[in-house]
Design a protein around this ligand. Sequence first.
Ligand SMILES: Nc1ncnc2c1ncn2[C@@H]1O[C@H](COP(=O)(O)OP(=O)(O)OP(=O)(O)O)[C@@H](O)[C@H]1O
Length: 320
Amino acid sequence: MSDVSFSVLGAHAGRESNSVCAASAQPVKTPDATADRCLRADHLTKRFGKTMALDDVSLSFEYGTIHALLGRNGAGKTTLLGIAANRLVPTEGRILVDGEPVTDDPCALSKVFCTSDVQTIPGSMYVDDLVGWMGRFHEGFDAKRAVRLAKAFDLDLKAKTGALSTGYRTICQLVMALSLDADYLLLDEPVLGLDAAHRELFYRLLMEDYLARQRTVVIATHLIEEVATLVEHVAIIDEGRVLMAASADELRASGYSVSGRADDVRAYCKGLDALSVDELGGVAVAYLLGKPDAARLTDRLDTAPISLQKLFVKLTEKGE
Ligand SMILES: Nc1ncnc2c1ncn2[C@@H]1O[C@H](COP(=O)(O)OP(=O)(O)OP(=O)(O)O)[C@@H](O)[C@H]1O
């Protein structure tokens, strides 16, 4: 989908040889050192011809936090991450990493690594050669860790990347990403094609990595349920615009459901701006933003917190 394609070897590959990045020599992060650190999208707009992929998006991914970037197919997630990794040029706006624009500052760019669901790895390259190349092009790449992770996933180091299955292509990118020292790790659909056991392994490794070195991880996905327990902050985009951005707890507390007999639920919702009402066989569930209205509740109605998944679906469904 990108209009400019770089390999997983990195958008920084051409820039690294003549730049020594002070930021990559800062493994110890005190609370003061991490204050105000973030990857920030500043009024980003991206048009592909007539398609508005991003429309004035401003978002902040704070340092040391796991973020979910949620959006339906075509919402603009890959485009946003592509611009953040300097693979795509925005029509307007910019990405700032710790205050520095990624386009002008190789040091800022070297802090960012983005996997991608596009076919970016040269298919003729063997996995073990890729490990070698990653080590050459990315300061702080841990080749031994990459080999260990590859073995944990049963990824064949002697295979050509082009001959890998969809799931193993994803695994190959995850292995490279999790072996890097990048401060901002952008994972685009990180479990695409992975079976249940590999998904679990990935989530466990991601948490271990995060606990070992608190970096920023952005997981772009529409599989909310799986990442709901991992993420601390959630941004929802739809048709290139930000719908909501808040902590996962705030989002969960931002809505609720009311269920019961359809007549009672409809009476409860009268005059309120319900996100939607699902009815089946005389029973209904309504999804609403805000807090339950005690004055409208009766003992025939039940209320429950809204899950991130439901909130996402209800906010982004378009009458289907
Ligand atoms: N290179 C391109 N040329 C033309 N249109 C593009 C290009 N890349 C993306 N788009 C369009 O921009 C919009 C956003 O696409 P994007 O890939 O960012 O969405 P996404 O949220 O990552 O979707 P998905 O979850 O399906 O991967 C879509 O309408 C898509 O068709």
